[in-house]
Write a protein that binds this ligand. Structure first.
Ligand SMILES: CCCCCCc1ccc(Oc2ccc(Oc3cccc(O)n3)cc2)c(O)c1
Length: 254
């Protein structure tokens, strides 16, 4: 029986087969989990639905995470279909392209608010909606990056939003722990995803990994998926409120 046999949950943030969330979904399915997916709009639905079906998913729902009513509708539907859930993967973020390459001090109020809303507040909204369905406890995992803890050039406002996300992970873990719900973040090294292309000088960051990371390479979406499987499964039953680095060790060397 696989590590996730009989377990079911929702994955927010698959855009295509290069997404980190897709690496996580594949590992969860291989371990026996039953998966639900959400997509932002029709354009993304065309890519997400076939991927979801390839992992035998029967629940593929629209969800614009900037709308509370969309989040409520997703969990209402999942509650009707399944009754309860065991895990949630939150792998969603956004910042305006210009805010990911211009000087940080030039960030507009609107751009700052948008990045914080989509990249950090959505974890709070999703966790609030998920908790009542996690009747036997559960595990929530979100995605962050080193730029939350270090001033990484070009990451800018997304780093500030990820700092808020990592703090939110701790506050949610502190509150939901008594319900047996664990909340953790994975801080992944740079991986060539659709979103990564929006960050200035991303390619240079990949190259530096091969030269400086202790493992002298970048990490893959499968490696992030394996660590997510650990945090979403009973293997990490004693772990909550953590930011877990899956970055070939880059975070601790200069
Ligand atoms: C200079 C830092 C290099 C390493 C960046 C690693 C990384 C890659 C992708 C990440 O996820 C993002 C990045 C930007 C982002 O905002 C976007 C994405 C697409 C278009 C757009 O206008 N904004 C949403 C998620 C992320 O949080 C972190």
């Amino acid at each position: 029986m696989g590590l996730m046999a009989g377990k079911r949950g929702i994955i927010f943030g698959v855009a295509n087969d290069k997404s980190i969330a897709w690496g996580i979904a594949q590992q969860l399915r291989a371990a026996g989990a039953t998966l639900a997916f959400t997509y932002l709009n029709e354009a993304l639905e065309k890519r997400v639905r076939p991927l979801a079906e390839s992992l035998d998913s029967e629940l593929v729902l629209p969800c614009d995470l900037s709308k509370d009513e969309d989040i409520e509708a997703v969990f209402k539907k999942v509650g009707e279909q399944w009754g309860d859930i065991d895990f949630v993967v939150h792998a969603v973020a956004f910042a305006n392209r210009e805010d990911l390459k211009n000087p940080f001090s030039q960030t507009s109020r609107e751009g700052f608010t948008l990045a914080m809303d989509i990249s950090a507040y959505t974890l709070v909204a999703v966790s609030r909606a998920a908790a009542p369905l996690m009747k036997d406890g559960g595990s929530i995992v979100t995605m962050t990056y080193l730029g939350a803890q270090r001033a990484v050039p070009n990451y800018n406002v997304m780093g500030v939003a990820k700092a808020a996300l990592e703090a939110s992970t701790r506050y949610l873990a502190a509150e939901l722990g008594e319900q047996g719900i664990r909340v953790n973040a994975i801080s992944a090294g740079p991986i060539k995803t659709l979103a990564a292309s929006a960050v200035g000088k991303f390619k240079e960051k990949l190259k530096v990994m091969d030269e400086r990371a202790p493992l002298r390479r970048t990490v893959t979406q499968d490696e992030v998926g394996k660590s997510a499987l650990y945090l979403l499964s009973d293997l990490s039953s004693g772990v909550t409120g953590e930011t877990h680095f899956v970055d070939a060790g880059f975070n601790f060397v200069v």
